[in-house]
Write a protein that binds this ligand. Structure first.
Ligand code: GTP
Ligand code: MG
Length: 195
């Protein structure tokens, strides 16, 4: 799946702009600044394919990346705080929710959680939306390089406990660091193994 060329396809600002749903896709959702775009770069081995930055609200469109001929990786705008005007943020939040509840070709949503912070109220809101839409989602802990080994169990316990209340949650949690490469091969294999 990741062997072929990976390319940016398009940035989408409204549901009408989505490409035809004739290929499987996976998306990366999560609070602003959690590391969605960085994770796409790490997965594809392309340093600047998706635009990442320290400013929350960097990604403001639904960005489609083509994986050879086989499918799409979808980078989503973040939810929660964003450094952008409110009407703009509200517009992309509506698009995000619409996308997450109504995309037939979406095989799995990866919900990214900052390992330092665990699951927050805004994450719960998105996970509940995914439950209602019957979209299988999987939690990915990001920035695992920023916590001590001894702190892993604490965050994993919180996340596991919260996930157990969500019928659409896939039980396996993936621990990743886009910076150090931890968990990237594992996540790549999970995506490659999806039907
Ligand atoms: P929005 O598009 O604004 O919603 O953000 P995003 O979720 O796409 O986050 P992005 O990938 O832009 O990363 C935000 C910041 O976190 C950047 O400064 C990244 O360099 C940093 N970052 C991302 N992943 C990691 C990681 O695994 N480890 C560390 N230490 N920093 C990371
Ligand atoms: Mg981004």
């Amino acid at each position: 799946l990741f062997a072929g060329p990976v390319d940016f396809l398009k940035g989408v600002v409204a549901m009408e702009g989505l490409p035809p749903d004739d290929r499987p896709e996976v998306c990366f959702a999560g609070r602003s600044n959690v590391g969605k775009s960085s994770l796409i770069n790490a997965l594809t081995g392309r340093k600047a394919l998706a635009r990442a930055s320290n400013t929350p609200g960097r990604t403001q469109e639904i960005n489609y990346f083509l994986l050879g001929d086989s499918g799409y990786l979808v980078d989503l705008p973040g939810y929660g705080f964003a450094n952008a005007p409110l009407p703009v943020v509200e517009k992309w939040q509506r698009l995000l929710k619409h996308y997450l509840s109504g995309r037939a070709s979406l095989r799995r949503a990866f919900v990214l959680i900052d390992a330092r912070h665990g699951i927050k109220a805004v994450d719960e809101e998105i996970m509940t939306l995914l439950d209602r839409s019957a979209v299988t989602f999987q939690a990915v802990l990001t920035k695992i390089d920023k916590i001590r080994d001894s702190e892993r169990d604490t965050v994993l316990t919180q996340v596991r406990d919260r996930l157990s209340r969500h019928p659409a949650a896939y039980p396996e949690i993936v621990l990743t660091s886009s910076e150090k490469g931890e968990g990237i091969a594992t996540l790549r294999a999970i995506i490659a193994g999806l039907p």
